[in-house]
Design a protein around this ligand. Structure first.
Ligand SMILES: [Fe+2]
Length: 264
């Protein structure tokens, strides 16, 4: 089956990009399932239930989560609800829910898992369990349940950890899709034992920005140490970054293709 995974949807420009592009993209790519990274949907930090419903109406079927996913209170009940198609990292102490979900599709049930890297800039009170051991437990818990595909989202900061978990899960899941950097990497490929992998999908939102934030805020910070707040860049051009994964089973994929679109 064809699974489209959309990288971090960053604020209103990200949501608008999905609204404008996804209906046609779904048809063009023959996508059976659309998954998106939701941790930056609502003004860059977390996602509200309203924005989640809006993105579902644009064609997103399920949502993964990074370190910010739990930061809007209204989403907690959905993160806990195994019938609601949104998860946060399975190994993050403060995030509600178990971090994985079975998503029903016309082709069968797909297991979607979110994991946070262990080397990560966390806030006070936030911590993680070992990601590799966490995914072992999740795969054991789901052993015997029939899934036509298994997609693992790895929200991580270190390239070595992103590569390591890809190979650790090679031949055990359909795909390991990295994100968090908001910058796509050029390493999408099928690993030796058949699992699709990319270190980072990149983001969806303002193109002429620093990871979605106004350059006028970020450059003075780097040049002169100016202490200012992030402001989201809202002006076009906007970009959508995604990968299309053609899976063959819950442990293998045939193809992973990077997708990049712009709106001027
Ligand atoms: Fe993000």
């Amino acid at each position: 089956m064809n699974i489209l995974y959309i990288g971090d949807i960053m604020g209103e420009p990200g949501r608008e990009t999905v609204r404008l592009l996804l209906p046609n993209l779904r048809k063009e790519l023959n996508a059976d399932l659309v998954i998106a990274q939701a941790e930056n949907v609502s003004h860059g930090v977390g996602i509200t239930p309203q924005h989640m419903d809006e993105l579902i109406s644009f064609g997103v079927d399920a949502f993964t989560g990074g370190n910010h996913i739990y930061k809007k209170d209204g989403i907690h009940s959905r993160l806990k609800d195994t019938k609601s198609p949104i998860i946060g990292p399975a190994n993050m102490n403060v995030c509600p829910g178990n971090g994985y979900i079975s998503v029903e599709t016309a082709n069968g049930s797909v297991l979607v898992v979110s994991i946070l890297g262990s080397i990560f800039p966390l806030k006070d009170g936030e911590s993680t369990e070992n990601p590799l051991k966490t995914i072992d437990t999740i795969l054991e818990d789901n052993n015997g349940k029939h899934h036509v595909a298994t997609i693992v989202n790895f929200h991580g900061d270190w390239s070595s950890e992103k590569i390591a978990i890809g190979h650790y899960l090679d031949g055990r899941v359909s795909a390991v899709v990295g994100d968090h950097w908001h910058v796509p990497t050029a390493d999408a490929r099928i690993l030796p034992k058949g699992t699709a992998h990319i270190s980072d999908v990149g983001m969806t939102g303002a193109l002429d920005s620093c990871l979605g934030v106004e350059l006028d805020k970020i450059i003075p910070r780097w040049r002169d140490g100016v202490k200012n707040k992030n402001e989201l860049e809202v002006n076009k051009p906007w970009q959508l970054n995604a990968v299309l994964i053609s899976t063959s089973s819950s442990t293998e994929a045939k193809l992973i293709t990077q997708i990049h679109r712009e709106i001027n």
